[in-house]
Design a protein around this ligand. Structure first.
Ligand code: AMP
Length: 546
């Protein structure tokens, strides 16, 4: 074979940072700090402090390949760690502080983290775990010395004290691009959380794909408000994509309520934001309550919605109230996360609002680099006809090959595909429609009812704030749908009214056998509906006529 004669440079996270500092050095990184005030720095500033992080970790004796953990909100110090830790060849483990303390302890122990960086908000949690985290030798509070928490935490140092003596310049090590860069555990609704170990190469390829117009379409013109926590699949990769493209980052800290987000959207001229549907419900409720005019006050053009299905009602509301387009995306921890984004093709050019909203109910199509397949229970590959739901399998450059740790078994099939645990159809032009998690499908008389479709239809009713459809035992049909609804404040909504609204909007045999109203629905640590908990809550529920 004749080799090409082109240069070879490993794809490294440190390379992203040096690029950002050199080419986009003055572009701002704005953070709402845990201490309160807004903090401003630049990509050049992040690069200098990331260098200090790398030197400090070396001084602490952390070896390349070892893990250090964070329990932190979205902020500039967390961003410095994203680049400084991975750049040094050390693995950044972004632990999710919203999980139960036992799960956090499990993850920090399983990862054998050496250093734990934490926002002072989490000092009580860290203090309660510290005696059992035997691998951790240093605790670093992400603050200045005067803000150090007064909590019984051993070997505690303030981040600013750790960085102060170090040099702001560095020759980043020439790592192998397949070296591990970061570690993120799945939320683990059943069993222990599982670790997904990203590499420098997978991270950079993913960032390049996200930057593309049919990915997230990120450019240097963008000001991005990252409402996705940086501990949820690396903030969906936006720290890396922003460094690559020179976008401004706005990091909202601990407060994701409507008022806090709206003030950042306005003050920082945000053009693109991303997060799970529940965050947007809070923002919408705030805007309605305050009678605000986001169309006139904001520059927001696009909202990336993922993590759960983007209901058409939400898509319409963003169009009408914000003048912003929803970009529906699908992904998971195991896929870095972006697997699809719903961007139009030439055939959709000029589509009216109704057609566009209908398309946006799709999770989208895969970029170059990932490949999908849907299969029947027996493993047969199903056609791309938009009608045959099956198990969604994925393979690609930024898809996990195995879970972290010697206790993890194989996760790929003979063709190298990973089973996502989702059920989907794929249309003939390649658009993916997630109908359910496999475990949430409602099985009625041998047929499947899509809980997501039912929920989306219910959310179209102006009086519905949130809805969850679950399967409840039925003596004849095995399961029938129960719709659990949170009504909007002040809405006089009845089960009869909602049923008649749904009639004609979903197949007749999909109509829920019962509708229950509740004050709130349970959510997971990453903001998804917690169907398992809901099923437990309604386990003994008797459907009418049974
Ligand atoms: P996680 O690993 O916590 O990010 O969860 C991944 C799971 O979230 C996927 O397997 C899907 O079940 C769900 N998910 C993510 N994005 C979407 C979406 N746009 N529509 C429906 N479900 C989604």
């Amino acid at each position: 074979m004749m080799q090409g004669l082109m240069q070879h440079h490993p794809l490294l996270i440190s390379g992203l940072l040096t690029h950002a500092a050199r080419e986009h050095g003055k572009v701002e990184i704005v953070s709402r700090t845990v201490e309160g005030p807004i903090h401003r720095t630049t990509w050049a500033g992040i690069a200098e402090r990331a260098a200090r992080v790398a030197h400090a970790l070396r001084r602490l004796g952390v070896e390349p390949g070892e893990r250090v953990a964070t329990l932190a909100w979205n902020g500039y110090r967390h961003l410095e760690l994203f680049f400084g830790v991975s750049g040094a060849g050390i693995v950044l483990h972004t632990a999710n502080p919203r999980l139960f303390p036992e799960q956090i302890e499990y993850m920090l122990t399983h990862a054998e983290d050496r250093v734990l960086f934490f926002d002072v908000t989490f000092a009580p949690l860290v203090a309660s775990l510290a005696t059992r985290l035997t691998h951790v030798h240093t605790y670093v509070a992400l603050c200045a010395r005067e803000d150090l928490p007064d909590a019984p935490i051993p070997n505690l140092v303030a981040y600013e004290d750790l960085l102060a003596p170090e040099s702001p310049s560095i020759d980043w090590p020439a790592l192998d691009e397949t070296a591990a860069s970061s570690l993120c555990y799945t939320s683990g609704t059943t069993g222990h959380p599982k670790g997904v170990l990203y590499s420098h190469r997978s991270t950079l390829l993913h960032a390049m794909s996200c930057g593309m117009v049919d990915g997230m379409g990120v450019s240097a013109l963008e000001s991005i408000l990252v409402c996705t926590p940086m501990f949820h699949v690396n903030g969906w990769g936006t720290p890396y994509t922003a460094a690559m493209t020179g976008a401004k980052l706005v990091l909202p800290g601990a407060h994701l309520d409507g008022a806090s987000l709206y003030s950042l959207l306005r003050a920082e001229a945000v053009t693109l934001t991303l997060g799970v549907p529940t965050v947007w419900l809070g923002l919408m409720a705030y805007v309605a309550r305050e009678g605000l005019k986001p169309r006139d006050e904001l520059r927001l053009r696009r909202v990336l919605v993922g993590g759960s299905a983007a209901p058409p009602a939400l898509v319409l509301e963003f169009e009408r109230v914000f003048g912003a387009r929803v970009l529906h995306a699908w992904g998971m921890t195991e896929t870095s996360p972006l697997g699809t984004t719903c961007t139009p093709r030439a055939e959709h050019d000029g589509a009216d609002l109704e057609a566009r909203v209908a398309l946006q109910a799709s999770q989208g199509r895969p970029p170059y680099g990932v490949e999908f397949r849907i299969t029947a229970d027996d493993g047969r590959v199903l056609p791309r006809d938009g009608a045959s739901p099956g198990h969604l399998l994925i393979r690609g450059h930024w898809v996990a090959a195995a879970y972290f740790g010697s206790d993890a078994g194989p996760i790929l099939d003979a063709d190298g595909f990973f089973d996502t645990g989702d059920i989907a159809t794929i249309s003939d032009n390649g658009y993916l429609y997630i109908t359910d998690r496999a475990k949430d499908v409602i099985k009625s008389g041998g047929e499947w009812i899509s809980s997501i479709d039912l929920e989306n239809a219910a959310l179209g009713h102006p009086g519905v704030a949130e809805a969850a459809a679950i399967g409840v035992h039925h003596p004849t049909w095995q399961e029938r749908p129960l719709l659990v609804v949170v009504a909007k404040p002040g809405a006089a909504l009845t089960a009869e009214a909602l049923t008649s609204y749904l009639t004609g909007r979903v197949a007749k045999w999909w109509l829920p056998d019962a509708i229950e109203f509740v004050a709130e629905l349970p959510h997971t640590a990453t903001g998804k509906l917690q169907k398992m908990k809901l099923r437990e809550q309604f386990r003994d529920y008797r459907l009418p006529g049974t």
